[in-house]
Design a protein around this ligand. Structure first.
Ligand SMILES: Nc1nc2c(ncn2[C@@H]2O[C@H](COP(=O)(O)OP(=O)(O)OP(=O)(O)O)[C@@H](O)[C@H]2O)c(=O)[nH]1
Length: 370
């Protein structure tokens, strides 16, 4: 038999909704240095899209679906790490050089860190080596000011990567850097567009040390280490984990099985963005568009910013060509968005306005002008 396996470094990739975690990860995974890396991704919502968009060979990506890593799925993370160790020990997988955990954008990082730092079994086999936090240059300031999770993600980081620098002004970048330095004076700030951000050693930060962070970090970790924490309470209630993040935050999805007319899609997105963008924390979709249904379009909305749509060459899973849309909203109800979608995609209901009525009468929906 072989001797004990070396302790595997675990890195955490975090950052608020839509900051650019998956984009950065996809870039990093091209570095051959990350060949023997297991990636654990976690997303909100009952419809999975992320795993379709991470460009790694599928056996390296483990998905923890449905729920947020800092809440319901925390136990699942510990089980997954234990299972990886078991598979290495029994030779079913090659020894891993590293594990990368990509958290959901709403994750409070403290319980995630505590899962690795504070669990005695996990700590025997894994060590926390690097928390990398992605901050969006356009929305970052606003997001840190309004979401405590985003602020904590910055404070716990070993390295801060600013994404979307090309979309922001110098003033925006300077103001953001000031805030980042206040919250986390020791973490280097790296331009996401730089070569440095794309190299595997971004993740290699050395053993995680809360003492190098602002004093609050130690306290957050301490708070999470107690047993009987109310995370358990969320276990049996689908969607309830979202409530940890504020009672007006909702995650829901829309699935549609017929291709959507390009114009209808554009109007739906336009209206959602212009009238309700501030309430739309995140929108992610893979869409069958009627002009070329065999080549789906991927859409990303992050607050009022909608990124350029991307046409995929083919469906990631050819057996499932349904349009899938995941939304995370704050103060914007599921029924409202669903009705709007139905109105534009030609599923009128007897008691509700259909698309024609909506476009004939711009006052029918506030803010709509075509
Ligand atoms: N222009 C530009 N766009 C970016 C950059 N990074 C990410 N994006 C875009 O931002 C959108 C969201 O990026 P993702 O990588 O999916 O963000 P995420 O943090 O993984 O999102 P969640 O998992 O939903 O929290 C996508 O449309 C990306 O193409 C960047 O550096 N520049």
């Amino acid at each position: 038999m072989n001797g004990p396996l070396p302790v595997v470094p675990v890195s955490i990739l975090t950052g608020f909704l839509g900051a650019g975690k998956t984009t950065l990860l996809n870039r990093l995974l091209k570095d051959p240095e990350l060949a023997d890396t297991a990636v654990i991704i976690n997303e909100f919502g009952d419809v999975s899209i992320d795993h379709l968009l991470v460009e790694a060979s599928s056996d390296g990506v483990i998905e923890l679906a449905d729920g947020c890593l800092c809440c319901t799925v925390r136990g699942e993370l510990v089980d997954t790490l234990a299972d990886l160790m078991d598979r290495m020990q029994t030779g079913r997988i090659n020894p891993l050089k590293r594990v990368v955990i990509e958290t959901t954008g709403l994750a409070d990082p403290a319980p995630v860190l505590q899962s690795v730092l504070g669990n005695p079994v996990i700590a025997q086999n894994f060590r926390l080596d690097g928390v990398v936090t992605v901050v969006d240059a356009v929305n970052g300031l606003q997001t840190i000011a309004s979401h405590v999770e985003a602020m904590k993600q910055v404070a716990v980081a070993d390295r801060l990567v600013i994404s979307k620098t090309g979309l922001a002004s110098n003033d925006q970048l300077e103001a953001l850097s000031e805030v980042l330095k206040d919250l986390n004076p020791r973490a280097p700030i790296i331009d996401g567009a730089s070569e440095e951000a794309g190299r595997a050693d971004l993740f290699a930060c050395g053993l995680y040390d809360p003492a190098t962070k602002v004093a609050d970090v130690g306290r957050w970790l301490q708070d999470e280490s107690g047993e009987g924490h109310d995370h358990q309470d969320h276990h049996h209630h689908h969607h309830h984990d979202v409530n940890r993040h504020g009672s007006d935050i909702r995650s829901f999805s829309i699935v549609h099985d017929r291709p959507i007319e390009p114009m209808a899609l554009e109007m739906f997105i336009d209206l959602l963005r212009s009238a309700h963008g501030d309430k739309l924390l995140r929108m992610k979709a893979i869409v069958a568009v009627a002009d070329r249904p065999e080549r789906p379009v991927v859409l990303h909305g992050v607050q009022t910013v909608f990124h350029a749509p991307e046409r995929l060459a083919a469906w990631p899973d050819p057996t499932d060509r349904r349009t899938r849309m995941v939304l995370i909203t704050k103060g914007l109800g599921e029924a409202f968005v669903r009705d709007l979608f139905d109105a534009f995609t030609g599923k009128p209901r007897v008691d509700r306005a259909d698309a024609q009525a909506l476009t004939d009468n711009p006052l029918a929906v506030p803010g709509m002008k075509f």
